[in-house]
Each structure stands twice: as structure tokens, then as C-alpha cells.
Design a protein around this ligand. Structure first.
Ligand code: SF4
Length: 147
């Protein structure tokens, strides 16, 4: 699975988390300016009142629990994907450098158990943001045009 495919799956899975103030809308460029997708970027407000854009994704939509209301419940037949901490760092920093976003909204299904999942998410925070070796991975090449 390419990094771009993972991004599409895990941004789409995150749109059901209603704790952000918006998740955008679908808009195709038909001669005017800009395209938009209904997932991926959400908006929140900083303490000084600015509206800021966040990349809104799940670390993983795999979950060992089966909460009946949840799209990511273990019994649901959906396509599953999981980022690595390095992939999230790479995507986030590249979107940030291009001024697409000002932050990251990261949530996740529960992989194995809550401690294991939180450890993975915590690892994402401590990676050197200049980490670029993922660019050399074959399955990451398709996303380099997008970032
Ligand atoms: S624990 Fe898993 S199934 Fe339950 S709400 Fe969270 S992601 Fe969904």
C-alpha cells in the first residue's frame, strides 16, 4: 500500500471524529481556483482567536474493540491501514512547510492495547522533523508530488 493510499484511508476514517469544528467539503476545480476534499484538513481556533488548519488523520483505523457506533469497530468490513510514526512525521512536516497546515490532529483506533497504541503515537512526537529517509522507500514515491 502506498503512502498516498494510507493517507486517503486514514484521513477518511478520521472524519467521523466530531471534535473538530469542520472537515471541509468536496469541490472540484472547474476553471476557477482550488480543489477541496471532504476529509484531511479540519479547522480549530488558537487561544488568540486565530482559525488554524490541522491535518486530521488516524494513526490507525485497526481496532481491537468493537464499539457498535464506530466506523472503525473490529467487526466492520472496511479497508484497514496503519501509519508508522516516521510516515506521519514526514507527511505532517511536508504539509507544514508548504503552509497547508499549522498542526496535526492525531487520533487512532486501538492497536493491540491502549498502552501499545499510545507508545506509537508518542513516538511520532519525538521523531526529528528533518527525518527524510522515508523518501527513499519505494512506496513513498507517489506522494512526493503531492507534498
Ligand atoms: S475503541 Fe475502537 S471501536 Fe471503539 S470508538 Fe475507539 S476506534 Fe472505535
Amino acid at each position: 500500500m502506498t503512502l498516498q493510499e494510507k493517507l486517503a484511508i486514514l484521513a477518511d476514517s478520521a472524519k467521523y471524529d466530531a471534535s473538530c469544528s469542520s472537515s471541509g467539503s468536496t469541490r472540484k476545480n472547474t476553471g476557477g481556483l482550488g480543489n477541496a476534499a471532504k476529509y484531511g484538513i479540519c479547522h480549530s481556533f488558537s487561544k488568540d482567536g486565530r482559525c488554524i488548519s490541522l491535518l486530521k488523520i488516524l494513526f490507525s483505523n485497526c481496532c481491537c474493540y468493537n464499539c457498535k457506533y464506530c466506523i472503525n469497530r473490529s467487526s466492520n468490513q472496511i479497508q484497514r491501514a496503519t501509519f508508522t510514526p516516521e510516515e506521519i512525521c514526514y507527511i505532517t512536516m511536508n504539509f507544514y512547510r508548504r503552509n497547508y497546515i499549522e498542526g496535526l490532529f492525531l487520533s487512532s483506533g486501538i492497536i493491540k492495547n491502549p498502552d501499545y497504541t499510545m507508545e506509537k503515537i508518542s513516538n511520532t512526537k519525538v521523531i526529528d522533523p528533518t527525518f527524510v529517509s522515508i523518501k527513499k522507500k519505494k512506496n513513498a514515491t507517489s506522494i512526493t508530488n503531492m507534498l
